[in-house]
Every structure is written in structure tokens, then in C-alpha cells.
Design a protein around this ligand. Structure first.
Ligand code: ADP
Ligand code: MG
Length: 262
């Protein structure tokens, strides 16, 4: 038995493997049997050379893909065994995504981009107008609601992506090189928002090549050849989800993350 009670664990993975079949005898063991536990409210950075399995790991954690074998419990749900429909339901309900290239839809406004996860969940968007405006406000984009992505700076586009990742009030946010396309000052602003979300209790798993980015995490997981090679603990992770939320420290100080509740 683990020393940690299972209800304090956001992620528990055991012997996780992902093998890509390339035809004939050719296969790639992108994940070769990974064990990992992540407590609620932790901030984890994943590092490692190109091809070491970081994106594969994030895709599996995000229920975008299924492992070849092994177990993955997200909270108390065994997602490794779920159908595609169940996976997308879990994804929509529990997970927010932030990507290096923002992945906004060019034809949609800021507000409409923020609504996209709700649309995929089949929600009546009219009921969420105010909620989505709050999400935009949270990342400082209240005055850009009707702009389109090509009318925004890179940092503003990434802030739209953060607001979009929050719209379902996810328990966990996954970020693949979220500052990779940003200059250092703008990148720092985006990281400040992510740190503040973590402070408010969101579990964060972030892939990065940058030591300065990783330094913000509680733990740094170094991957190599589809395995966890070593782990560095920067600072203690919370032992359970914080029950009280103090005032903010700058970014996001105007509002706390609102639960989805019309
Ligand atoms: P990283 O994000 O650390 O650069 P990836 O997780 O993208 O690494 O890839 C891990 C390994 O799996 C690499 O050798 C890569 O070529 C291989 N790989 C990733 N995705 C696929 C795929 N869809 N089909 C075949 N091989 C893949
Ligand atoms: Mg990658």
C-alpha cells in the first residue's frame, strides 16, 4: 500500500506502456513501463530529450490516447479501460489542455474560442456567456472578447488558450511547452498565471525543455527512452487539495476560478 491515501492522488499509473507498430518487426516503445503517482494540487514538470516519450505521456495522461498496456487511474477512474466515448467524457469534464502553438480556431473570436470545450460537451452556450466572459477576465482579456486570434499577440493567444482550458473547471491542466513560442517576458506572464492556478488547487503537468520553467514545479520528472530516468524534488507538494483559497499574488488576483454552475 502507498503511504498516500488514494483519494489524495490525482494520477496513479502502473507499468504504463505505449508501443507504436510501424509494420513488420518495426515498433517503437514510446513508453516502456512507467510508474508514477501525482498528488492532488501538485505541479509536475516533465523534461527529457526529444523522442524520450514526453508528448506520448501527456497524451495518455490527457485521455487523448490509450496505453498499449498498464493501468492509469485518474482520481478513482480506471481510464486505461474506457471506451472512446468514456475517454472523451472524462477529458471534457476533468482536463484542460494548453499547447505550444495555442491551437486556437482562426475563424472564431476570443469568446467563441473559450467556449469550444463547452460546445464539445454539448452544452447550451447561451447559458455560459457570462461564465466565459469571467474566464477571459481571469486572464486579462476582457477588452479583447471579439478579437480574432490573428489580431492578438502570442502571449494574448496563449492566455485565450488558458481561459479555454479553464472553462470546464478541470481538476488537472496539461501543458506541452506552453511558453515555447513566447519571448521570455511574455512567457513569464503565462507561467505566473499557471503558477497561480496551481496555488488555487489545480494539478499541473507541464512538459518543458527550459530549466527555468521546470524550476517552478514541485517535482521534475526526467524521461529517457520511454522511462522515468530520475526525479528531482524542488519543493514539497501539497499533501491534499487546499480547502481555503487566499488572495491572489498578482496574476488572477481579481477573481478565483469559477465552478461551472448555471
Ligand atoms: P518527445 O515528446 O519526448 O519528443 P514523443 O512522445 O513524441 O517524444 O515520442 C516518443 C517516441 O515515440 C519517439 O521515438 C517517436 O518517434 C515515437 N512516436 C511518437 N508518436 C508516434 C506515432 N504516432 N507513431 C509512431 N511512432 C511515434
Ligand atoms: Mg514532444
Amino acid at each position: 500500500m502507498s503511504a498516500t491515501h488514494s483519494h489524495d492522488l490525482m494520477i496513479r499509473i502502473i507499468g504504463l506502456r505505449k508501443t507504436y507498430e510501424l509494420g513488420g518487426e518495426n515498433r517503437v516503445h514510446a513508453l516502456a513501463g512507467v510508474d508514477l503517482e501525482v498528488t492532488n494540487g501538485s505541479y509536475i514538470a516533465i523534461m527529457g530529450p526529444s523522442g524520450s516519450g514526453k508528448s506520448t505521456m501527456l497524451n495518455l495522461l490527457g485521455c487523448l490516447d490509450r496505453p498499449t498496456s498498464g493501468a492509469y487511474f485518474l482520481g478513482d477512474e480506471d481510464v486505461a479501460r474506457m471506451s472512446d466515448d468514456q475517454l472523451s467524457e472524462v477529458r471534457g469534464r476533468r482536463i484542460g489542455f494548453i499547447f505550444q502553438s495555442y491551437n486556437l480556431i482562426a475563424q472564431l473570436t476570443v469568446l467563441e474560442n473559450i467556449q469550444v470545450p463547452l460546445f464539445y460537451q454539448g452544452k447550451d452556450l447561451r447559458q455560459y456567456h457570462e461564465h466565459c466572459e469571467k474566464m477571459a477576465d481571469l486572464v486579462g482579456l476582457s477588452d479583447r472578447l471579439h478579437h480574432r486570434p490573428n489580431q492578438l499577440s502570442g502571449g494574448q493567444q496563449q492566455r485565450v488558450a488558458i481561459a479555454r482550458s479553464l472553462v470546464n473547471d478541470p481538476l488537472m491542466i496539461l501543458a506541452d511547452e506552453p511558453t515555447g513560442n513566447l519571448d521570455s517576458k511574455t512567457g513569464k506572464e503565462v507561467l505566473d498565471i499557471i503558477s497561480e492556478l496551481n496555488r488555487q488547487g489545480k494539478t499541473i503537468v507541464l512538459v518543458t525543455h527550459d530549466d527555468k520553467v521546470a524550476a517552478r514545479a514541485h517535482r521534475i520528472i526526467h524521461m529517457k527512452d520511454g522511462l522515468i530516468d530520475r526525479e528531482v524534488v524542488n519543493r514539497p507538494a501539497p499533501t491534499s487539495r487546499p480547502s481555503t483559497r487566499g488572495p491572489g499574488t498578482g496574476a488572477l488576483s481579481a477573481a478565483t476560478v469559477q465552478p461551472l454552475n448555471p
